[in-house]
Design a protein around this ligand. Sequence first.
Ligand SMILES: *[C@@H]1O[C@H](CO)[C@@H](O)[C@H](O)[C@H]1NC(C)=O
Ligand SMILES: *[C@@H]1O[C@H](CO)[C@@H](O)[C@H](O)[C@H]1NC(C)=O
Length: 158
Amino acid sequence: MDNGLITIAAPMILVHSLFLVTNPITKEVLDCLTNCSDIIRWSATIIRLNNDLGTSSDEMKRGDVPKSIQCYMNEKGGSEEDARKHINFMIKETWKLINSTTQRDNSLFSETFIGCAVNSARASHSIYQHGDGHGIQNSHIKNRIFQLFFDPITISIP
Ligand SMILES: *[C@@H]1O[C@H](CO)[C@@H](O)[C@H](O)[C@H]1NC(C)=O
Ligand SMILES: *[C@@H]1O[C@H](CO)[C@@H](O)[C@H](O)[C@H]1NC(C)=O
């Protein structure tokens, strides 16, 4: 998990977003990146695990390294289905941690930045819901991206 959290690149993305949404940047806020960055860790955990659920089958076929699913199967000797259930359980447990921290957060991160971390984790559920949401170019995924960026949402005001 320690390695997977880094290689999913979520901490790198969130550190960039911290600078975009925090003004002024104080030394204390930067210290929080190293000594109170639970929210970054939890967000990265969810993004990593959703990515593994969505992309590992194709990646393994291409000869990629084992993901959380294969690691779990190797450690516990269970089926892929058991492993996927466990990964979903881990995602849910991590959401519980996030849900409690947004209610009583003791870091110096702004609500805006915490929102970035929470929304990135939310987005990963959508991106990897039907497989590799940016690596595969099927019509389902293309439609979803089109709808997101180009199709206006009609809001009717009573
Ligand atoms: C983080 O560490 C800095 C010193 O490096 C300290 O000033 C700050 O209070 C610490 N924050 C927390 C939440 O522990
Ligand atoms: C976390 O909170 C959201 C609402 O913000 C809720 O929909 C979700 O079920 C909660 N998840 C868990 C695991 O508690």
